[in-house]
Design a protein around this ligand. Structure first.
Ligand SMILES: Nc1ncnc2c1ncn2[C@@H]1O[C@H](COP(=O)(O)OP(=O)(O)O)[C@@H](O)[C@H]1O
Ligand SMILES: [Ca+2]
Length: 543
């Protein structure tokens, strides 16, 4: 609007309408006293009449217009530069590959992290995972070549997933766990041959192969702990940590920080870390032979001591039968010494689906009698009382998820009742209810569920209260819970011992401050023009 005062004739009332665009609102003068309302409100700077304004309006002088335009351009440029300068550059990623050679199967994990911030971590995440077809590498003891070949399909996939220009610098690790630990105990030359075969296979890929090795039980437990605490950002923020419970096929790990444990009572159960400026004394233990597949072997060995031809197994559903070979069952070093002297070739197992009896059988595979420390879990192993929250992953998750028991706010008594009912369900009904589930897994969920509960409550001494602090998890923020990420972070030195220096302000804060200052400067510039504006000393003229 050009004029700041207009007099419009309204069609019907012929009332003048006064418009003061510089005032906070327009208003009509009361009838009979048109001038009364035309006086400028005290807070409003009343502009001069149009004729005067045409001469004096500073906005209309070329210098002011140029200055304003320059001012606006300067502010826009300043803010744009501030935003762009500090904006993370188009992300480029680096990669790392870890093969988890477990007792039951091998999985390939690819991790990625922003290329320019290796050390500032909290940012490594799983990009891709591939489950190798077939069994774990330890099952290829008699044909090691095939162990190498089994990895090829997933490794070709990995080659596609990592950009070509990064292949050469991408570290590739293979870590083997309890399956290979057992094979190594049983036949070290066979285990060496398996390693040779997988190394040869992996070296053929364009990545930077860093070797294949067996992780110690301590490493497996401790890196699982690092993974879940890293993924939940507890390490970086110095928060109270979460314990880690990993249930594999051949071994199981428990790792947590306890106020009552400084590492002195049983040094072999202690792992110390300094991460982001904090010291952690982590209690960890790995029980070889107490993964769920080997534990089933222990339970079967307990029931076949005398070499019978048939057994009634309470951990399998009523109506379930299976013939098992004695030599295969007693092949594992976990039970080989207990092989009955005179046994037939095989025995037939018939399920009876009795949770209470199954619980008794499972309890018999733990030794609760000896303890040379202040407190033990089982088999004479030192363990402080479980403390804080826990993440339970791998087979803990698979089994409890299947059984619909991942909600740990459910009391232990109710969990027992549910298992009792599940185990007692006839096998034919179970198969009908789950036609798509692999029958090997399906037949064992009653055993596995009962084993998990026994391991946690009687084995590790979780109580009704501490049980509710366990969370059964598969992934955290899209990355699988497991030892592999922690293993890679450790080997690539990606968690700094000291807290990294962070910028004074986060990016958003920096941009906001620059913007506010720019706006204030602009406002100042506008106000600096104020003295040449007219004030309320003059009354508006009514035309
Ligand atoms: N869907 C599933 N249901 C039940 N158990 C599963 C499922 N997927 C994997 N598992 C079990 O999880 C365990 C994984 O153990 P694994 O990592 O191979 O052994 P370890 O860690 O002892 O070397 C195995 O007992 C395997 O049978
Ligand atoms: Ca495992």
């Amino acid at each position: 609007m050009l004029g700041y005062l207009s007099h419009l004739e309204t069609g019907q009332t012929n009332q003048p309408l006064y418009l003061f665009p510089m005032c906070p609102h327009f208003h009509h003068p009361p009838p009979g006293n048109p001038l009364a309302s035309t006086s400028c409100p005290s807070v409003c700077l009343l502009p001069p009449p149009l004729s005067e304004m045409k001469e004096k309006n500073p906005w209309h002088t070329p210098v002011t217009i140029i200055l304003t335009v320059i001012g606006v351009i300067a502010i826009v440029t300043l803010v744009t530069v501030a935003v762009l300068q500090n904006k993370p550059i188009q992300q480029k990623y680096k990669y790392g590959i870890v093969l988890d050679a477990g007792s039951s199967h091998t999985a390939v994990y690819i991790y990625e992290w922003p290329a320019e911030k290796d050390n500032n971590t909290g940012r490594v995440q799983q990009k891709y995972s591939c489950k190798v077809k077939g069994k774990g590498i330890s099952s290829y003891a008699d044909e090691p070549q095939k162990a190498g070949e089994s990895l090829r399909e997933c490794m070709f996939e990995a080659k596609k997933q990592v950009p070509k220009n990064r292949h050469g610098e991408t570290p590739l690790y293979l870590g083997a766990t309890a399956g290979m630990r057992l094979l190594n105990l049983d036949d070290s030359s066979a285990s060496n041959k398996v390693f040779q075969a997988v190394e040869e296979a992996l070296q053929r890929f364009p990545f930077s192969f860093q070797g294949a090795r067996i992780l110690s039980g301590q490493e497996e437990g401790a890196f699982g702990w690092v993974t879940i605490n890293y993924l939940s950002d507890r390490l970086k923020q110095g928060l109270e940590t979460t314990g880690a419970l990993d249930l594999g096929g051949a071994s199981t790990q428990i790792s947590f920080v306890s106020d009552s444990y400084n590492g002195l009572e049983s040094p072999k159960n202690s792992v110390n870390f300094r991460l982001y400026g904090n010291d952690y004394h982590v209690y960890t233990h790995s029980f070889l032979c107490y993964g769920k597949d080997q534990a089933l072997g222990l339970a079967l060995a307990h029931q076949t001591k005398s070499g019978p031809r048939t057994i009634t197994d309470p951990c399998f559903h009523p109506g379930y039968t299976q013939t098992k070979n004695y030599s295969i069952l007693y092949d594992s070093p976990c039970v080989s010494e207990r092989k009955p002297q005179e046994a037939p070739l095989s025995f037939t197992l018939s399920g009876s689906g009795n949770f209470t009896k199954c619980h008794e059988v499972i309890k018999s595979v733990f030794d609760f009698t000896s303890c040379n420390y202040s407190r033990c879990s089982f088999n004479g192993v030192f363990q402080p009382t479980p403390q804080g929250s826990f993440g339970a992953f791998s087979a803990y998750y698979f089994v409890m998820k299947f059984l619909n028991l991942t909600d740990t706010s459910t009391s232990i008594e109710v969990v027992r009742e549910k298992l009792m009912e599940y185990c007692a369900t006839p096998w034919t009904k179970i198969v009908k209810q789950h036609p798509k589930v692999d029958q090997k897994y399906l037949s064992e969920y009653c055993f596995s569920g009962t084993y998990i509960l026994t391991l946690l409550i009687e084995g590790y001494n979780f109580t009704s209260e501490t049980y509710s602090k366990i969370e059964f998890i598969k992934k955290i923020k899209g990355s699988d819970a497991g030892w592999t990420l922690g293993y890679m972070l450790n080997l690539t030195n990606m968690i700094p011992a000291e807290a990294p220096d962070s910028p004074l302000l986060p990016h958003a804060g920096y941009v906001s401050i620059v913007t506010i200052i720019a706006i204030l400067l602009f406002a100042l510039f506008i106000l600096s023009l104020r003295p040449v504006w007219p004030t309320c000393s003059k009354q508006p003229q009514i035309v």
